[in-house]
Design a binder for this molecule. Sequence first.
Ligand code: AHG
Ligand code: MN
Ligand code: MN
Ligand code: MN
Length: 348
Amino acid sequence: MAFPHHTTLTRFLIEERCRFPDASGDFNALILDVAMACKSIARTVAYGELGGVLGNHAEEGGGVVNVQGETQKKLDVLSNEFFLHITEWGGHLAGMASEEMVVPYQIPAPYRRGKYLLVFDPLDGSSNIDVNVSVGSIFSILRAPQPEGNRAECDVVEADFLQPGTRQVAAGYALYGPTTMLVLTVGSGVNGFTLDPNLGEFMLTHPQLQVPLDTQEFAINASNSRFWEAPVKRYMDECLAGAAGTRGKDFNMRWIASMVAEAHRILMRGGVFLYPRDTKDAARPGRLRLLYEANPIGFIMEQAGGRASTGSIPVLEVQPESLHQRIGLVFGSKHEVERIERYHAEPV
Ligand code: AHG
Ligand code: MN
Ligand code: MN
Ligand code: MN
């Protein structure tokens, strides 16, 4: 009989928990529920047109626009439902928030309310879904602030979620690519798991991932170049000048338009990703969302020896001001991100 030779996610979590003898097991159960939500989304995504799940989410009278001003895809809505209903029953969560919901989600009766908050981007890169390019889910786990009264009776409010990224207990993403992977940090490095489709289990295939310190590969949406601020223009001009310029080396470029897939590539082989603050829209300081995109990816990068920044300060140190706040984001190989931060610090 052939035994699986890889550690399952369940075994990994139990062995991690041994380092915290007082842990109740709530946290592990929550991660396993999140993993179940990701497996369900992976399966739904894999059916594509056969499952009737492509295209825009429509209600009578036309498409539905989310709080971001984006037209929701059917799979944005379905993935959000998977996260909510696969994690709400376990008694581990005080509440949830996501890209696709204007206000926080309350754990409904008769379920118990627990001590954690779950914040997520149910489907990242969803503009790619109809063209069969990789998408993913991103999540962050915070501790719920102690309520005044009995937690069971207290609803969560927006302010509960406004914690800097340094306070994350765990963060991760699932990537629905040629294989489905779950990449997770619980604050002791970053580990990658590959879904075995026959066993339905995530197997530890990429232990203790490390982002190389240096790189010759960048990812940026160059169509925004006329809106970039001076430090970003300078950095990009130097990269594009290649071996003949001050950097003395040629650079390669990638842009998938699924941040989760770019983050994964950078974890695997290094690189730098920029979606910087720009002057395109005064009301929108950056494209990506702090609580459920920048913070979880930032935590993973820092735990893997990379760096994540607004351009000026570590993104994990930003005090959030609202649930759907957007922010300029630069992450990846440490020396490259530090260079971009230096350019922001230098007078123009
Ligand atoms: P989402 O699909 O969750 O709304 O996020 C999409 C984000 C991110 O994944 C990607 O890096 C970026 O949007 C792409 O933006 P552009 O369309 O400007 O390239
Ligand atoms: Mn979206
Ligand atoms: Mn996203
Ligand atoms: Mn999304």
